[in-house]
Design a protein around this ligand. Structure first.
Ligand code: UD1
Length: 344
């Protein structure tokens, strides 16, 4: 008899987790449990997800080891998808222990509980920050075998968790993982109502630091102006180049990973489009799609910023059969802007 798969999503009230939850809730194949401490995730996002279909929500911090162990013993989850974590690079430099506790210690404990409760699949959100300083130019993508050399505690905290997963899977035959190294995730739910783009969920993040989020706040009139951090990088127009991936495409990769693990070994995949846009190009795309002309200043380089990093995404495409649908910087900006304009 066919049984629905039970999925635990940590950080499911947050940005990327909620976009995956939306996709899972759009099918009837999965029973979903979202675990979130609501530190950056929001109740409003959960309410919006309920419009798709029912799911369980547990408000819990992953540092509550006892409760977490109990939760996993009481439910037989087929798969854990672990998004919960801290993600702001400058904060990780100021408060490294927060990052090692939240991103590494809590992940180790979650993996331990997963193994003890016989959970067979684990999907983990890692980051391109594990590659650290790259002298790569935009046209040369970084592959998964590129040297790992995180230059900040955030990247290191994720890399340490990657290693924990690798060693654990090597020791326990029944435990498999997929690790995704995210490049620059942006945009909001691609949903059209009567022909117009109306995202139902999007990026909520207080004191945003991400380029597209900040540019969309300017376009929506929530922020007066923005800065370009550095104009003298060794890139075609002198500003930083990144590989921006739409959040719905990234969520789709996670969806694929669930069944991929049925008959494939554990593996690590870059998640990006394999092409780069400069800060100037992104701001240009945001201004064009919003028809606004907010002021942009030049500021010194931000500490720790690499000139350019783009993904070599051949592995995720060939092994997992992932086909991006929204590889379009103007659609990414437009969805971010529409979300920003219509939400507080
Ligand atoms: C981001 C995340 C990091 C994540 C990585 C890969 C932060 C600070 N960084 O890195 O956690 O691992 O993606 O997924 O959360 N820029 C401006 N003006 C701004 C904001 C940004 O010029 O107001 C520039 C930056 O200097 C950089 C580019 O825009 O060149 C992208 O910056 P950002 O969106 O913060 O992402 P990353 O630093 O690349």
């Amino acid at each position: 008899m066919y049984k629905n798969k039970s999925i635990l999503i940590t950080g499911g009230a947050g940005y990327i987790g909620s976009h995956l939850a939306k996709q899972l809730l759009c099918t009837t194949d999965y029973n979903i449990t979202i675990l979130d401490n609501l530190s950056t995730g929001s109740r409003d996002t959960l309410d919006r997800l309920l419009l798709f279909r029912e799911f369980s929500f547990i408000e819990m911090d992953l540092n509550d080891f006892e409760k977490l162990g109990e939760l996993l013993r009481q439910n037989s989850f087929d798969c854990i998808i672990h998004f919960a974590g801290s993600i702001v690079v400058p904060e990780s430099v100021k408060d490294p222990l927060k990052y090692y506790m939240n991103n590494t210690v809590n992940t180790i404990n979650l993996v331990k509980c997963a193994v003890e409760s016989k959970v067979k699949k684990f999907i983990f959100s890692s980051t391109a920050a594990v590659y650290g300083e790259t002298d790569q130019l935009p046209e040369v993508g970084v592959s998964e075998s590129f040297p790992l050399n995180p230059i900040n505690p955030y990247g290191m905290s994720k890399l340490m968790s990657e290693r924990v997963l690798e060693d654990t899977a090597a020791a326990y035959n029944d435990f498999r993982y997929v690790i995704f190294r995210y490049f620059n995730v942006a945009g909001a739910d691609i949903n059209y109502t009567n022909g117009s783009l109306e995202p139902r969920i999007g990026h909520r993040f207080p004191n945003a630091t991400h380029l597209i989020k900040i540019a969309s706040e300017c376009a929506a009139g929530k922020r007066e102006k923005m800065s370009i951090f550095g104009k003298d990088f060794n890139t075609p127009d002198g500003t930083g180049v990144r590989d921006y991936i739409h959040v719905d495409d990234l969520a789709d990769a996670h969806l694929k990973a669930i069944s991929y693990l049925d008959d494939n070994p554990s593996d690590i995949f870059n998640a990006g489009y394999g092409r780069g846009y400069s800060v100037r190009e992104v701001i240009g795309a945001m201004k064009a799609c919003s028809d606004s002309d907010f002021p942009v200043e030049t500021a010194p380089r931000r500490e720790g910023d690499t000139p350019a990093i783009i993904a070599d995404n051949r592995k995720i495409k060939s092994k997992m059969g992932w086909i991006p649908k929204f590889d379009d910087i103007s659609l990414i900006c437009q969805s971010a802007y529409q979300w920003e304009k219509t939400n507080d």
